[in-house]
Design a protein around this ligand. Structure first.
Ligand code: BEZ
Length: 211
């Protein structure tokens, strides 16, 4: 059974480009993005890993550690890392799990047999400091992911953990948000003293708190 939202994610120990990773110890009290790659020396993955390396300061700013995974051994990853630096102009600055025996891929349900029984799909798992799975996306091998979108979703998760709000379609950090339906207008007065806009009784927008 695949890991589902709200589940505590499984711990594991596996080799990586930075030596053996004991996942829970490595994650500590940070948020984590764990993302899988179908195979080493593949073109789309090469561009993705370069993009994530360039975005690392944005993940750091949000208290998020990133870790990739590909079902090949560490010596293969080391050779691929050189290509990533050469072609993408960015050095791999986070660990890449060497999941040669597919231990982690199987634990997290990253292999979808009807897509391929050997390659992982492009899975992303966003894990919170309590080790709970908070968001997952799955793309096929042929479609590279949008990591700016991933940062946007992390902004939403972290904001909605702090305040009784939800984020509307295409929301970006700094834009108005929605007061969650469970908050009554009487409670909203205390929570959002500067007021809100009531478009419908169930659709109330407010300036992003804490912005
Ligand atoms: C890629 O990363 O480029 C890729 C991997 C497997 C199938 C197709 C593309």
């Amino acid at each position: 059974m695949a890991v589902q939202l709200g589940d505590v994610v499984p711990d594991f120990t596996q080799d990586s480009t930075e030596g053996p990773i004991h996942f829970y110890d490595w994650a500590g009290s940070s948020w984590v993005v764990l993302f899988s790659h179908p195979k080493d020396f593949t073109p789309v993955c090469t561009t993705e890993l370069g993009a994530v390396a360039k975005l690392k300061p944005e993940f750091d700013k949000r208290g998020v550690k990133v870790i990739g995974l590909s079902v090949d051994p560490a010596d293969s990853h080391a050779g691929w890392a050189k290509d990533i630096e050469e072609t993408q102009g960015a050095k791999l600055n986070f660990p890449l799990i060497a999941d040669h025996d597919r231990k982690v891929a199987d634990l997290y349900g990253m292999i979808h047999p009807n897509a391929s029984d050997t390659l992982t799909v492009r899975s992303v798992f966003v894990i919170d400091p309590a080790k709970k799975l908070r968001l997952t996306i799955t793309y096929p091998a042929s479609t590279g992911r949008n990591f700016d979108e991933l940062l946007r979703t992390i902004d939403s998760l972290q904001l909605t953990d702090r305040f009784k709000v939800a984020t509307p379609v295409n929301w970006k950090h700094g834009e108005d948000v929605i007061i969650v339906p469970s908050v009554t207008n009487a409670q909203a007065k205390a929570l959002f003293p500067s007021g809100w806009k009531e478009i419908k009784p169930y659709l109330r927008t407010v300036k992003q708190p804490g912005a």
